[in-house]
Design a protein around this ligand. Structure first.
Ligand SMILES: NC(=O)c1ccc[n+]([C@@H]2O[C@H](COP(=O)([O-])OP(=O)(O)OC[C@H]3O[C@@H](n4cnc5c(N)ncnc54)[C@H](O)[C@@H]3O)[C@@H](O)[C@H]2O)c1
Length: 344
């Protein structure tokens, strides 16, 4: 029996769009049929490259019966609003990170999915990198022992030009700066490994850019099981250094630098120490294009949504799962503004 082919639409044809278009192209049961952008040139260029129809009016694209899933790749503060429009048109929705920038918007999107019987999902590609899948497997199976503490450091750089495009670094469309746009990749990993956050204190400030949000954020966390964590993320670390994750359990310590293993010191395993870890990138240029492993991870996560539709289950990275990182980040902002420890 031949498998159903799912028709896809993309809304927002900017920097991240080719990664999703390529991932859809690689899925044997998916076909990119429509792409929509307010900027006609952007829509036409992506449509031409991937053999899809270009739209500037989302309602027109949503009227197509042969589009079943829509990937929302616009500025972050529009994800839920556009996602709800798609869900109300009966389409499954996949948002890039962050799923949106307020919990109210995210909850409305999740509710729209339930109301319309469609899936609401997100992409957080780092979860699909083999190194992080391996760490998660070790933690889940108890090979790291009992987790004690975990830290995420994201010392990246973005230029003044990057913040002058009208949406990056704005409260209305980015919802924040370095934490919600960039560090979210590693904050999501940290809570995926360590579990829910119970209490959080932090600071978020603009130290080296003229923006209304932060280019520097620092937070101290207590996880629900009593373990500890630190988050430090920036976009003012000239000219950018690789992100670093440190995970410590009673039977092992693992450190990644730039998504490579820098230290693997787990009971029963051969010890690895790699001083060259992370030497390949500092993630300073967001327009440089996604590495192959990031495209492969998008294939997995978008593919999981199609499998979820067929199996009648929730996607692994559904709306509620994607909401968790946003909740932590918004709590850091609240702590910074109020000077209070925030309880989640
Ligand atoms: N997963 C990742 O690693 C990754 C990387 C980059 C960006 N992102 C996310 O992708 C999203 C977009 O970021 P980007 O860097 O591609 O931005 P971008 O500015 O390059 O592109 C956004 C596009 O959306 C279009 N747009 C804006 N409002 C629209 C509307 N109402 N309807 C249709 N199109 C509209 C703009 O014209 C623009 O072409 C953000 O949420 C960002 O956080 C994720």
């Amino acid at each position: 029996m031949s498998r159903k082919t799912y028709g896809f639409g993309i809304v927002g044809c900017g920097v991240i769009a080719p990664t999703h278009a390529e991932a859809i192209r690689r899925l044997e049961n998916a076909e990119l049929r429509g792409v929509c952008d307010l900027n006609e040139e952007a829509a036409t260029a992506l449509a031409g490259e991937y053999g899809a129809q270009a739209y500037t009016d989302l309602a027109e694209m949503l009227a197509r019966d042969d589009i079943h899933v829509v990937n929302i790749l616009t500025p972050s503060g529009l994800h839920a609003k556009l996602g709800i429009q798609c869900a109300d048109a009966g389409k499954h929705v996949i948002c890039t990170k962050p799923i949106d920038i307020t919990l109210e918007a995210i909850d409305s999107l999740i509710e729209a999915g339930e109301r319309n019987g469609v899936k609401i999902a997100a992409t957080h590609q780092n979860r699909g990198y083999p190194v992080y899948e391996k760490i998660r497997d070790y933690i889940d199976s108890g090979r790291m022992g009992r987790m004690l503490y975990g830290n995420a450091f994201v010392p990246w750089y973005r230029s003044d030009e990057y913040y002058s495009d009208g949406w990056h670094g704005t409260k209305a469309l980015d919802g924040g700066g370095a934490l919600i746009n960039q560090s979210i990749h590693y904050i999501d990993l940290l809570i995926w490994f360590m579990g829910n956050v119970d209490r959080i204190f932090g600071f978020a400030d603009a130290l080296d850019h003229d923006i209304e949000t932060e280019d520097m954020g620092t937070a101290v966390l207590k996880f629900a099981d009593g373990t500890h964590g630190i988050i430090q993320g920036s976009t003012c670390t000239y000219t950018g250094m690789p992100a670093r994750l440190e995970l410590h359990g009673t039977r092992g310590n693992v450190v990644t630098v730039g998504d490579d293993i820098a230290l693997w010191d787990v009971e029963g395993d051969e010890r690895i120490e790699d001083p060259m870890a992370g030497k390949k990138g500092g993630a300073a240029d967001p327009k440089a294009g996604m590495p192959e492993h990031a495209v492969v991870s998008h294939v997995k996560q978008i593919g999981d949504v199609l499998t979820a539709i067929e199996e009648g289950r929730d996607p692994v990275l559904d709306g509620r799962e994607a909401r968790r990182a946003v909740e932590v980040i918004l709590s850091i902002y609240e702590a910074s503004e109020t000077g209070q420890v925030i309880e989640l």
